[in-house]
Every structure is written in structure tokens, then in C-alpha cells.
Write a protein of this length. Structure first.
Length: 350
């Protein structure tokens, strides 16, 4: 089966200079992929020609006359730039021309435009951003929400757990992924009212065999790999993610500085070269680029705005794997099975 992906080529800090090389490389590796490059046609064609890929098969261009800047207010992205590369890329998914869209653009704008164009799934109040992080067991720890929803109610976190569980099942082949609720301690009495109320909903799912709820987890459990999926609200998730990114950059700076301190430390770096390279690969944030916007009526993946071509290619890979594993249909089915009945549909679901 051919997987079709639309790419917002103008989005992010670097635009076509990153998205086009990534698309070319990915297309050459994946014979079952068709890519729709969305943006200023002349710019895209020039970049393809620059890389000797202007006649590459399975790549088409969809012109879009506008671009959403990284600092554009939501109102501008949503109401004024109706022919932006971001919006047109998402419309390819809505119209069935692509199975997933990928953008490195403004996160807030991407979420707003995606919700407006695709709408949310029946039973889902708010989409959530889900990404992966490395753990000491050698596998990824999935985590959501990472910033889409700062203020949440218990049923929102309950929905996040359901959607995240389906994503882990589809992407990792784990039958019943373990779910942890991020808290300030593992005891049931710990946490605020949001966490305590959410825990009751997840525990009820566990007792009827619907979800594999582990219980409360702490920040240290993310990298231990204690659970497959960590659930939290967007405020906590985004602060946690940014702290992790900051720690990673700090460690890289310290290690580099110390190994360059003198001749002996530089010799030590040469001796430890293999181990250092393995560490770099394991903790390279580029390998974990590509966060899914779960809960929409279509697949949309967010790349880091400052991603290079290597990192953006990983975002394309995440979108490809989600489409190939039919994550969209699986999330819709499980939401329908697990979400409480009787709730009135929101306006954007209608």
C-alpha cells in the first residue's frame, strides 16, 4: 500500500532548505511513499533542482501562496492566511489526498489550523501532543500532553491516556501498554485534585480490563522506562520536556568542555570514542523528533521548529509509521469503546 504524506515545506526556522532535502532522502529510502510538497512552487522547484531531484518520482508539488511565520498570532494563521503552506498541507489530509501531514511550523498555529480544518474525533474534546523519549531499557517512553492543553479536566487526561495507549500499541506492537500518571509521588494520596480524579477514571478502566493502568509515576520514571506511556496535562508536560532539552544541551556542553581541557583529557576522549558515539546516538534529540497531534480526524505530525534535515526526516518517518499502522482508525475505535456515553458533541465535532 502506498502511503501519501503532505509536507509543509515553508514551515519552521529553516523552511525549504531543511524540509526539501529531508523529503528527498526519505523518498529515496521508502519506495512505498508518495510525498506532496506544499509551498511556493518556484522555491520548491529550485531547491529540488539544487539537489538534483527535480525529476524524482513519487514527489508532487502543491502550490501555496502564503507562509505561517513562527511568530504569527493564531488569528493571522487561522483567519488571514487561508492559503498558507501549513493549511494547504492539512487540507490534503482532509480531502483524502494524503494520509498524514507534517509541519515544523508554529505549534500553536498548527494545532489551531488542524482543529479547524480536520475537526476533532467524536468523543474527543481536545487533541493532545504526543512524542517519545529514550529510556534505559532501550525502548521509547511515550509522553502526552506536551503543550497543547495547559488547563485540563480529569476527562481530558482520561482521553489522552486512551489515545496514547492506542498509539503505543500501533507503533510498538505492545498489546496492552502500561500507563503511568505523572505525579509528585507514587502514593495514591499524593498529587492535586486533577491527578487524583484522573487516577480514579484510569483505575476503573483497569478493573474492567480496558486499559493497563500502572498507577502514579514520578519524573525519574520517564527515563527508567517504568511505563510505556506517561500522561500529564500540557503545562506539566511542556515544562518537563523543555527541562529535559535544557539538561541535554548542558550535558553536551560540559562533556565537550571537559574532554578538551588538556592533552590527557583529549586522549581520554579518543579512547572513549566508541562509547561517546553510542551515547550521542542514543541521546540525540533528532532521533526522537516528530510529535503526533492525537484526537483529530486525520494524522498531523509536528517537527521541532529548529530541526535540521536529519531530524525532519525522523518526523516524516513517524508520520509514515502512524499511517502504515492505521493509527487513525484504531484511535477512533478505542475512543468509541471506552469514552463515557451521553456527552453532547462539541460544536467542532458536529
Amino acid at each position: 500500500m502506498t502511503i501519501k504524506i503532505s509536507i509543509d515545506c515553508m514551515g519552521g526556522d529553516h523552511g525549504p532548505s531543511v524540509t526539501i532535502p529531508a523529503a528527498i532522502s526519505f523518498s529515496r529510502q521508502m519506495p512505498d511513499v508518495e510525498l506532496i510538497l506544499v509551498g511556493l512552487e518556484d522555491v520548491i522547484r529550485a531547491e529540488l533542482k539544487k539537489h538534483g531531484a527535480d525529476t524524482l518520482p513519487r514527489i508532487t508539488i502543491q502550490h501555496a501562496s502564503e507562509q505561517v511565520a513562527m511568530d504569527d498570532p493564531l488569528e493571522v494563521a487561522l483567519r488571514r492566511k487561508k492559503d498558507s503552506s501549513m493549511r494547504v498541507a492539512i487540507e490534503q489530509v482532509k480531502d483524502g489526498k494524503a494520509q498524514a501531514a507534517v509541519s515544523a511550523g508554529n505549534t500553536g498555529a498548527l494545532m489551531a489550523v488542524s482543529r479547524y480544518v480536520l475537526k476533532t474525533m467524536a468523543g474527543v474534546d481536545r487533541p493532545a501532543i504526543c512524542s517519545i523519549l529514550p529510556n534505559e531499557k532501550g525502548g521509547p517512553t511515550y509522553m502526552l500532553d506536551l503543550g497543547a492543553n495547559v488547563d485540563c479536566e480529569p476527562h481530558h487526561l482520561h482521553q489522552f491516556a486512551i489515545m496514547g495507549s492506542v498509539l503505543v500499541h500501533a507503533m510498538e506492537g505492545i498489546d496492552k501498554p502500561t500507563i503511568g500518571l505523572l505525579n509528585v509521588g507514587t502514593e495514591d494520596i499524593k498529587g492535586n485534585e486533577l491527578v487524583k480524579a484522573t487516577a480514579k477514571l484510569l483505575q476503573a478502566d483497569k478493573e474492567r480490563g480496558a486499559l493497563n493502568y500502572y498507577g502514579n509515576v514520578e519524573g525519574t520514571d520517564i527515563f527508567k522506562g517504568t511505563v510505556d506511556l506517561v500522561v500529564c496535562d500540557g503545562f506539566v508536560g511542556n515544562v518537563t520536556l523543555k527541562a529535559m532539552e535544557g539538561l541535554g544541551h548542558f550535558m553536551k556542553t560540559v562533556i565537550t568542555t571537559e574532554f578538551k581541557r588538556n592533552f590527557l583529557t583529549m586522549l581520554g576522549a579518543v579512547i572513549a570514542g566508541g562509547a561517546l558515539k553510542a551515547m550521542k546516538n542514543k541521546f540525540n534529540p533528532s532521533r526522537y523528533n516528530g510529535a503526533g497531534l492525537l484526537g483529530l480526524r486525520g494524522l498531523v505530525f509536528k517537527s521541532h521548529g529548529g530541526a535540521d534535515a536529519y531530524a525532519f526526516e525522523w518526523a516524516l518517518r513517524r508520520a509514515y509509521e502512524a499511517a502504515k499502522n492505521d493509527v487513525q482508525a484504531q484511535v477512533a475505535t478505542m475512543i468509541a469503546e471506552l469514552m463515557p456515553r451521553g456527552a453532547e458533541p462539541t460544536q467542532e465535532q458536529a
